[in-house]
Design a binder for this molecule. Sequence first.
Ligand code: GTP
Ligand code: MG
Length: 272
Amino acid sequence: MCDTCGCSSEAGAVLRKPGLNDYHVHVSENVHGESHLHGSDHHHEHTHEHHHQGKSRTIALEQDVLQKNNLLAERNRGYFEAKKIFALNLLSSPGSGKTSLLEKIIPSLQKHMPVAVIEGDQQTTNDAERIQALGVPVIQINTGSGCHLDALMVNSAVRELELRDNSLLCIENVGNLVCPAMFDLGEALKVVIISVTEGDDKPLKYPNMFHEADLCILNKIDLLPYVDFDVRKCRENAMRVNHHLEWFELSAKTGEGLDVWLEWIKNKQKQH
Ligand SMILES: Nc1nc2c(ncn2[C@@H]2O[C@H](COP(=O)(O)OP(=O)(O)OP(=O)(O)O)[C@@H](O)[C@H]2O)c(=O)[nH]1
Ligand SMILES: [Mg+2]
């Protein structure tokens, strides 16, 4: 877990529905098990004892946070399995095309299964508004300073969404190739998306993400003539990190390759 970006020391995520006032707030636990925001200057007005014993203490706290998250993720997973909900966790750096891809696939998928979406961003309901325009249930989670979704946030959002049995739940994580890889949300599968403008070395630079993922989508292949991006090398790099990784190349803009992904989702949902 990143201990410098603030993701583990923020407090508060806001659930929002486009067009409505914020109606539900919950506070994330931080590594101290507290539920309030710590200042970055490390002065605390409260009086509890702090332990500053270096790396071993940090690792212990990280394990604690992740263990709590994993327990809640298993509860989410149990709920999804009981209702036969197929949940996908979509992960990428900012702007790789997560929402664009959802906009493309949801109209086709809706003909086969009920679809709902959880959107994760630090601020704005922009993505939720784009999804709402498709007529599917959607909740926006704003994480504030947090750079990932966690199982508690998803649990809260799921309660508001009233998901239908046998449905597909797409969870668009906060754009970030680092911390979201560590937080199990209870999903069935993780899909990492990279685009051809990001560089073909990304799987090597951010191996945890590619190691955790079940499928890698290379998006924006319509831009390949204009960028220096070696598709074969990128795929090889991804496979070096995770040789079980499935791999699709497509363009949300032109629709090229989307059929293959749609079939993958339908098949995985049936098998689930
Ligand atoms: N040329 C091209 N542009 C694309 C493609 N997919 C997405 N874009 C563009 O890339 C930009 C970012 O797309 P989004 O779908 O918002 O990306 P995102 O991953 O949801 O972004 P965040 O939620 O901010 O992390 C937009 O300007 C899209 O129009 C594609 O396949 N080809
Ligand atoms: Mg988005």
